[in-house]
Design a protein around this ligand. Structure first.
Ligand code: 26M
Length: 822
């Protein structure tokens, strides 16, 4: 009573309100009559940021004082999604703030909508990094995320005449209240040039890198708050700037424009995220990005180490570095260079530290997606690193020779340099050799890595291989995105499941309780209604919330088989056209996802979905039974609306192609049932939920390999399956393209003549399985029972579990409790 809380830290509703109005006035310079929704968002964001800072500074102070062992998560992508809502959840003040905002006549949901999401990633790999930061903070593990502060993140997707159009993502347009620049910790990064081998004043042999370009890396820090803890870790992203002095000569010699040009070139390094999620292109700028953020980060870590008065020999004791795929794998050579050339350590000591520092996560089974760089390009950018890699390779191949004598083909298979044609540096091999642990991201994926993609490395270093099945954060993908379901669950089992997802199992006791079932259904229904309203607003299509919401949302890729989903849709359509009175469980097919701008087939599939949608949604014969919707610009924000509204989750990749998948986990956590193949983490999801609660179809990975080996002929399926033939013929006939028989020809032909991903082989099994889905949905009690069990059994797929496994089995780090005293 009468006591005034500190306006920047106090958590009471009245203090929060005062802080909000203060910020509106003093930060945004507005009063209510002139304030825009964005002003309100910013005023709230700054109020919340103030409350984070105290935790953030305390966390940093305690880590520094204790010299805590720290995880450094190196990733070219962090697909964070909007911060404000998540911070409200993790601070446990969402409800209070919602109420306070409402009392001022505003709507929190509308303010949250204002935040431009930081889309600094393509898809699964970048989102995984973001979930892991959330779990690391929640588990109170000292950790840093290191990456690139792209000025333009993943493009915004527009749809014009059914085609994907890319728009640059100007996410920093209105400023970013969540970051703080730290120019005092800027570092210099060298590029290009050549090396000098010389003898120093003390007669010692030394190597000097004489670069022809230099850039400055400026760190920008974002606090990563744990859930219901005082821990606030740091995401440190680097921006490239031209150094103040490097082009002084150019200025002196009067080449002003030349010097400014150099500045522009430097700043290009952190300009844009590459929008492809495979490694097909081999562009020099991409390698420059990778080296830039890795060098900045390792130098930063050395600064931290030295600041704590620890010797360089303790680098691997202070830090565990996780390489998120091979994108940061150049770190292996860079740490060697820093230790040897800059800090004069011996090769053997440097190598021992390097191997004990790094661990490598692989995310792909597609051999064509393994990163490799032409030796010439590599050497022109990183001449010293190429020398180091050659030396590493010599020593490594000696080791291989000792373990496997007289096996030249093994040597050339394992070499860090691919010499089968044009010469390439193989980044996965560098990562394997330079790391003490190598992991896949789901049990099946890890097994296939050992049997196939990394078979030789498994034979060489069996002890390095581990599995770490992916996980997702229940904070963002349940508590924040599905508040009604969160409340229902909490009313039955308390709220500790939020940090201990295994406790969801207690819901099994309620799976057949009629009242609980009804509440569960009502929430799903309300979530579907919200998505239906969104669809009406954005697509102008009216969908029926009583129909099955059958959803496929992920990046577009041939192996993910969006096209197989379409063949099912066209088959149902054909059935109705042939037999107008046929009984079909009404369905709304919803798609979302971006295609890489240069991926012709993926873009054509998007066009086909929109073309099929146009025809089906207009056809009175199917009214009330089928609708098809393509939601543009699938991103984290939209994903948070989609998962809670899904009845059916489509996880239909060709077995053996999807490393894990994480969308599959987010759907099931929100009570969707899965129709899926035995691929990636689907295998483990099915194990957890029980075969009777999972719609399985398709060939196994083994059967796919066998079929490929014995000569797969898709045409046989076409010839022998009338419904399949009708579906493909309908697409080829121009029925969905105003009579144009050329437009979709590449898609039809690729199935008939190649079908690399076995769509035709799996077609009938998929159709039959979908029939079972339709029947199951008609029995709503049975469906609800299955839905509850799916959510109840998702405990394993919390990213908290994944991170605990990484901590214990790879990183060997312990939690550090943060107190808020002082
Ligand atoms: C590489 C080089 C140049 C430009 C871009 C890239 C690149 C960027 C992203 C390559 C791959 C990228 O992402 C791959 C990815 O997202 N993989 C997915 O990772 C998830 C998390 O482990 C898995 O769940 C998915 O199965 C896997 O496809």
């Amino acid at each position: 009573e009468g006591y005034l809380e500190d306006g920047r830290t106090g958590m009471s509703p009245s203090t929060l309100k005062r802080a909000f109005l203060n910020n509106l006035f003093y930060v945004q310079g507005k009063f209510k009559a002139l304030a825009t929704p964005n002003d309100y968002y910013m005023a709230l964001a700054y109020a919340i940021r103030d409350r984070l800072l105290q935790r953030w500074i305390n966390t940093a102070a305690i880590y520094t004082a204790q010299g805590s062992r720290t995880v450094a998560y190196f990733s070219a992508e962090f697909l964070m999604g909007p911060h404000l809502g998540n911070n409200l959840i993790n601070l446990d003040i969402y409800k209070d703030v919602e109420k306070g905002i409402a009392e001022m006549g505003l709507n929190l949901g509308e303010l949250l909508e204002q935040e431009e999401e930081p889309g600094l990633g393509n898809g699964g790999l970048g989102r995984l990094a973001a979930c892991y930061l959330d779990s690391l903070a929640t588990l109170e593990i000292p950790s840093l995320g290191y990456g690139i502060r792209y000025e333009f993140g993943i493009f915004d997707q527009e749809i014009e005449d059914g085609w994907q159009v890319e728009i640059t993502d100007k996410w920093l347009r209105f400023g970013n209240p969540w970051e703080i620049a730290r120019p005092e910790w800027a570092v210099e990064v060298k590029l290009g040039g050549h090396t000098d081998h010389y003898v120093d004043d003390h007669g010692r042999y030394r190597i000097r890198w004489v670069p022809d370009q230099q850039v400055t890396g400026i760190p920008y820090d974002t606090p990563i708050l744990g859930c219901q803890t005082n821990t606030a870790n740091t995401l440190r992203l680097w921006t490239a700037e031209a150094p103040e002095s490097f082009n002084f000569n150019a200025f002196n010699s009067g080449d002003y424009l030349g010097a400014v040009y150099e500045k522009v070139v430097s700043e290009n390094i952190s300009k844009v995220l590459y929008p492809n999620d495979d490694s097909s292109q081999g562009k020099k700028l991409r390698l420059t990005q990778q080296y830039f953020f890795v060098s900045c980060s390792l130098q930063d870590m050395i600064r931290i180490l030295v600041g704590q008065e620890l010797p360089l020999e303790k680098f691997h004791e202070k830090f565990a570095v996780q390489l998120n795929d091979t994108h940061p794998a150049i770190a292996v050579a860079e740490l060697m260079r820093l230790l040897i050339d800059m800090h004069h350590m011996s090769w053997d000591s440097a190598w021992s530290i390097t191997q004990r520092t790094f661990a490598y996560t692989n995310h792909t089974l597609l051999p064509e997606a393994l990163e490799r760089w032409p030796v010439e390009l590599f050497g022109s950018l990183l001449p010293r690193h190429l020398e180091i890699i050659y030396e590493l390779n010599d020593r490594f191949l000696d080791e291989v020779r000792i373990k496997f004598p007289e096996d030249d083909s093994r040597l050339s298979r394992m070499s860090l340099i691919d010499e089968s044609g044009e010469r390439y540096v193989r980044m996965a091999h560098l990562a394997c050799v330079g790391s003490h642990a190598i992991n896949g991201v789901a049990a099946l994926h890890t097994e296939l890595l050992k049997q196939d993609v990394l078979y030789d490395f498994y034979q060489m270093y069996p002890g390095k291989f581990q599995n770490k099945t992916n996980g997702v954060t229940p904070r963002r993908f349940m508590v924040l995105s599905n508040p009604a379901l969160t409340e229902l669950v909490t009313s039955k089992i308390g709220d500790t499941w939020i940090k201990n997802l295994g406790e969801l199992q207690k819901l099994e006791a309620w799976a057949d309780n009629p009242e609980f079932q009804q509440q569960w259904r009502q929430i799903k229904q309300a979530n579907k209604q919200e998505l239906a309203a969104y669809i009406q607003k954005h697509n102008g299509i009216i969908v029926d919330p009583n129909s099955i919401f059958d959803i496929l949302a992920k990046r577009f890729h041939e192996y993910k088989r969006q096209y197989l989903d379409l063949l099912h849709i066209v088959t149902l359509y054909n059935r109705i056209k042939a037999n107008p009175d046929i009984e079909i469980t009404p369905r709304t097919f919803i798609f979302g996802g971006k295609a890489a701008p240069g991926y012709f087939m993926a873009k054509l599939i998007i066009k086909l979905i929109n073309s099929v949608a146009d025809v089906i949604n207009r056809d009175p014969d199917v009214r009330g039974r089928l609708k098809v919707v393509f939601l543009k610009n699938y991103n984290v924000k939209l994903a948070q609306r989609i998962y809670p509204a899904a009845d059916l989750s489509e996880q239909i990749s060709t077995a053996g192609k999807e490393a894990s998948g994480t969308g599959n986990m987010k759907f099931a956590l929100n009570g969707a049932l899965t129709i899926g193949t035995l691929d990636g983490a689907n295998v483990e999801i099915r194990e957890e939920v029980g075969a009777e609660n999972f719609f399985l179809f398709g060939l196994t990975a083994e059967q796919v390999y066998a079929k490929r080996a014995s000569g797969y002929n898709p045409m046989e399926y076409y010839n022998s399956n009338a419904e399949l033939r009708l579906a493909l013929d309908r697409i080829a006939s121009g029925f969905f393209s105003h009579g144009d028989t050329e437009l979709f020809k590449p898609l039809v032909d690729s199935l008939l003549h190649h079908d690399q991903y076995f769509l035709l082989a799996d077609y009938q099994s998929y159709i039959d399985c979908q029939e079972q889905v339709g029947l199951a949905y008609r029995d709503q009690d049975r469906w609800t029972h299955m839905s509850i069990l799916n959510a109840a059994r998702m405990g394993k797929f919390s990213s908290d579990r994944s991170i605990q496994d990484y901590c214990r089995e790879i990183w060997k780090v312990e939690p550090v409790t943060i107190t808020l005293e002082n």
